[in-house]
Write a protein that binds this ligand. Sequence first.
Ligand code: FAD
Length: 236
Amino acid sequence: MTGLAERLADLASGAMLHNARVTGLSRHSPEFIRVELSAEAFRKATWVPGAKLQFRPRRGSMNLRTYTPVSWDAARGVTELIAYTHGDGPAAQWLGQAAEGQTCEVFGPRRSIDLRDATGPVLFVGDESSVALACALRTVNRDVSHVFEARDPAGLVDVLAQLGIAERVAVVATAADRAELLRQARDDAMQAPYTLVVTGDAATVHAVRRDTRGWERKPRQVKGKAYWAEGRTGLD
Ligand SMILES: Cc1cc2nc3c(=O)[nH]c(=O)nc-3n(C[C@H](O)[C@H](O)[C@H](O)COP(=O)(O)OP(=O)(O)OC[C@H]3O[C@@H](n4cnc5c(N)ncnc54)[C@H](O)[C@@H]3O)c2cc1C
C-alpha cells in the first residue's frame, strides 16, 4: 500500500472500529491462545452465541481477521476469544506476540452462526478454528456430539479437555479425502431430530453438507459456515 492508502485505511478504521485492550492471555498449547479483551463498547453490545468479532491485526491496512467470542460479560465490557495460531498470517503473528495491556481495534460483535435456536441434540463438526464455537455452543446447549478434524489429534483432545469438552468427542486426523471424518459424523448422527453445526475448512464444510444428503439420519437443520479456505486469507 502507498503511504496515502495506508493513512486512508487508518482514517476509515478509526471511524469504524472500537479500541479494545488485552486484559488476559493464556495458552492452552503452543498453538491455542485464549485472549481476554476489554472495551467500553462491549458494555453496549448484544452478544448472540456464535457471533463473530473482527480485529485489525495491522495498521495501514483495512484487512480484518475474524474470531468467535466464547463468552460475553456486558456488565464488565469483557469478552474472550480462543484462537488457533497457525502459519504466519497477520492474525497469527499478532496473537503470537500479544501481551496484556496491548491495544487493538475491533469490529463487532456481528451476526454469523446463530446458536440460540440450536435446541435439542446437536452434531458439531469442525476443526481447530471451530473450538471457540464449540465453547460458545456450551453456553446454550450441552446435548452435543463433537467430531473434529485436526492436524494434531492428540494435541486437540488435550486442549478440548482443558476447556471441559471431554465427553462425546471424536478427533480424527485431517485427511484430504475426509473419509474418516465423514464416517464418524455419519455414525454420530442422532436418531432424534437434531441440528448439524459445521464450520472450519471450506472444503470440509462443503463435503459434510454434500454427504448428509445420503445419510439415513438427516439433520433437521444445518448451520454451516466456512471459517477458512486453502489459499485464501481472512475469510469473513
Ligand atoms: C465467522 C468466523 C469465525 C471464526 N472464528 C475463529 C475462532 O474463534 N478461532 C480461530 O482460531 N479461527 C477462527 N476463524 C478462522 C480465522 O479467521 C482464520 O483462520 C484466519 O484466516 C486467520 O488469520 P491469519 O491472519 O492468521 O491467516 P490468513 O492470512 O487469513 O491466512 C494465511 C494462510 O493460512 C491458511 N489458513 C487460515 N486459517 C487456517 C486454519 N485454521 N488452518 C489451516 N490453515 C489456515 C489460509 O488458507 C492461508 O493460506 C473464524 C473465521 C470466521 C469466518
